[in-house]
Design a protein around this ligand. Structure first.
Ligand code: ADP
Length: 629
């Protein structure tokens, strides 16, 4: 645009009015082509007046035919009266100056300065404010003042306030999108009552909406409190053109600023090297990568510039996955959801990573990916797994030791339990041989006696087998189990111990229980612990009936509930939770591990174990187990 400006100036200097006209016309075409019809109009008027002065009436007629409004507007827009004689040129020069500035400026501050300076000079204002809309908020972004004929611009960023400008007038302009000019604001105007107008005795006021394609983006406020009627329509014509272009530029500038801020934020992420970031293409090339990524794969920037390929860093098994699903996902959705994979480092070792990617809009064969080094995480995971494994092992050993100890505690009773059927078997065998000695031998009695031998022998074998199971060290299982069966076996095993201690045992087993999934030996250990604890508690107490009730029920949530309830001394409410702590015991020979192991077994089965007081005396231990499915 400089070109036309220079051409016009030099034509004016040399009084080449025909060249001046031509330059005006070309400038008009330039602006028209770029979508600035109002500026183009001003140039056309310049061209028309040159042709008039030159006497080229034909050219004037031709212009008027194509642009009929030029003739009328030329008459009214051409300045008359007190403003400088060359006002037309001055205006035009300003327009050119500012248009150029706006067209070229991208930086918000300079743009606002250009606008304010020109507006102040143009209009003869004493003070000016630029109000910009940010969402619903109106903010003053620049303030211009004049002292000693010098315009000073200050960048501001404050909310609109009654102390700074007539807010009622500003709102009217923003609402109607119409320009308001007041010759004597405090004297005779609809805004005479505005607090600012009153306080400052405001005289000449001009407030222009800044519109970008019918969208209001702000307002330009100018005032002169010394002189009335400063802002004549002739002066405002140019201001309006400037304002509309300023609005477009302001909008662009904001967009640009926003873009810059966004880019700066993204840059910050890239440069901070917290995560690896690369720009890739689908051919397998790395177009860009930050230091974090290069460090991860042990390459340097020179090697990247020489043409590093991410595809070559991808181990063969991932290459296949990439070829199939990842490209498909990227092409279909534009993004690749985060996933774990591996890359080869330069030294051939593998680095585990988490990677997510997005294709660029309009360039789907390229995109950006973020990559997180998972080496430390994997190491920590492995360590956590190992310590979990060791913890489980120790826990299993402990549970086993507790089981063996509990069984050991009742060996006497168990021996009795095994002895009984063996004795019965011996008696049966003796009876059988006696029946055989009869003459004739009573074979029917022999058969019956031998059946008793078999029954008792099997029973003894069962008890021994069960004890062996409980004492055996086997890895935990996840079997489908019937809780009632498990409970029955434990009650049987502890029957002699209860007997020995004068405890009357009762069982109430529900027959609608769901099957559960778990380890039968572990669950029997829980029942065994609770029953032995109850027998011990009752034996330690003096007097009163010794009753042990073992119930099973189905809860509302379809879980299995097992209740072990005794009539012993009961639990002090303050210590109920402590019972489940490791090494808490009130017994001289106790270990204090039983209940804590029981709780961890039940919780590992997805259930709960808790204790409470029994009525009228004694303790109740309950545990739940979820159904198998
Ligand atoms: P230990 O039997 O080796 O003491 P436990 O963890 O099995 O370890 O039990 C911890 C403590 O809980 C016992 O010492 C006892 O004081 C208390 N306790 C357990 N069961 C009962 C019960 N049925 N009645 C009263 N106290 C109980």
């Amino acid at each position: 645009m400089d070109l036309y400006e220079k051409a016009i100036r030099s034509a004016q200097d040399n009084s080449f009015v025909h060249i001046e006209a031509l330059a005006y016309e070309m400038a008009a075409k330039f602006y028209l082509a770029r979508g600035f019809p109002q500026i183009a109009q001003l140039y056309l008027q310049g061209a028309r007046s040159c042709y008039l002065r030159w006497g080229a009436d034909g050219k004037v007629r031709q212009l008027d035919a194509v642009h009929p409004h030029l003739r009328t507007e030329a008459a009214s827009a051409l300045p008359t009266g007190t403003i400088a004689a060359s006002v037309e040129h001055l205006d035009l020069a300003s327009v050119i100056k500012v248009s150029q500035a706006f067209a070229g400026e991208r930086i918000m501050e300079k743009l606002l300065e250009s606008l304010m300076r020109t507006a102040m000079e143009q209009a003869g204002a004493q003070r000016g404010l630029l109000v910009v809309l940010r969402g619903a908020e109106q903010r003053i972004t620049a303030e211009a003042t004049i002292s000693a004929d010098l315009v000073t611009i200050h960048m501001r960023d404050v909310s609109v306030d009654v102390a700074l400008l007539p807010v009622s007038l500003l709102r009217a302009v923003l609402r109607t999108c119409e320009c308001i000019i007041l010759d004597d604001a405090v004297g005779q105007s609809p805004f005479a009552a505005d607090p600012y107008v009153q306080q400052r005795s405001a005289r000449s006021i001009l407030c222009l909406p800044l519109l970008n394609q019918a969208k209001i983006v702000g307002a330009l406020y100018l005032e002169n409190n010394l002189v009335s009627g400063v802002f004549s329509p002739a002066r405002t014509a140019v201001l309006k053109v400037l304002a509309s272009q300023a609005a477009i530029s302001l909008d662009n500038a904001y967009l640009y600023q926003e873009l810059e801020e966004r880019e700066a934020r993204i840059r910050r992420l890239v440069d901070s090297n917290v995560i690896g970031i690369v720009i890739w293409d689908l051919d397998g090339r790395l177009l860009e990568a930050n230091d974090a990524f290069l460090r991860m794969v042990q390459y340097d920037r020179e090697e990247l510039n020489a043409g590093l390929r991410w595809f070559d860093m991808t181990p063969p098994e991932w290459q296949e996955v990439h070829a199939r699903s990842e490209i498909e996902e990227l092409v279909a959705t534009g993004t690749m959801q985060a996933r774990e994979k591996e890359y080869f480092r330069k030294d051939g070792t593998r680095v585990p990573v988490l990677i997510g990617a997005a294709a660029f809009e309009g360039r789907p064969d390229q995109g950006v990916a973020y990559i997180l080094d998972l080496t430390n995480l994997k190491r920590a995971e492995e360590a956590a797994r190992e310590s979990e494994r060791r913890y489980r092992q120790v826990q299993a050993e402990l549970a086993h030791a507790n089981r063996v100890a509990t069984i050991g505690q009742i060996t006497g009773s168990i021996a009795h339990e095994v002895n009984q059927p063996i004795t019965a078997a011996v008696i049966g065998a003796q009876a059988a041989s006696r029946w055989l000695e009869h003459d004739p031998p009573d074979l029917e009695e022999v058969r019956r006696a031998l059946a008793r031998v078999v029954r008792n022998g099997t029973r003894a074998g069962d008890v021994v087998g069960r004890i062996r199971d409980l004492i055996k060290k086997v890895p935990p299982r996840r079997d489908l189990l019937e809780v009632n069966g498990l409970v029955r076996e434990v009650v049987e095993l502890t029957g002699s111990e209860a007997n020995k201690n004068g405890v009357f045992v009762e069982m109430l087993l529900a027959d609608d229980l769901p099957t559960i999934r778990g380890d039968g030996v572990q669950l029997q250990q829980v029942a065994l612990n609770l029953i032995i604890n109850a027998i011990e508690a009752m034996s330690a107490a003096n007097g009163g009936p010794r009753r042990l009730l073992i119930r099973t029920e189905k809860t509302e949530a379809n879980h299995v509930l097992v209740v072990v309830q005794d009539s012993g001394p009961g639990l002090a409410s303050t210590t109920v939770e402590r019972l489940f702590e490791s090494f808490y015991t009130t017994k001289t020979v106790g270990l204090g591990m039983g209940l804590s192991i029981c709780r961890s077994i039940i919780e590992a089965h997805g259930g709960q174990l808790w204790a409470s007081a029994n009525q009228p005396r004694g303790a109740v231990f309950r545990f739940t187990l979820p159904p198998a499915d």
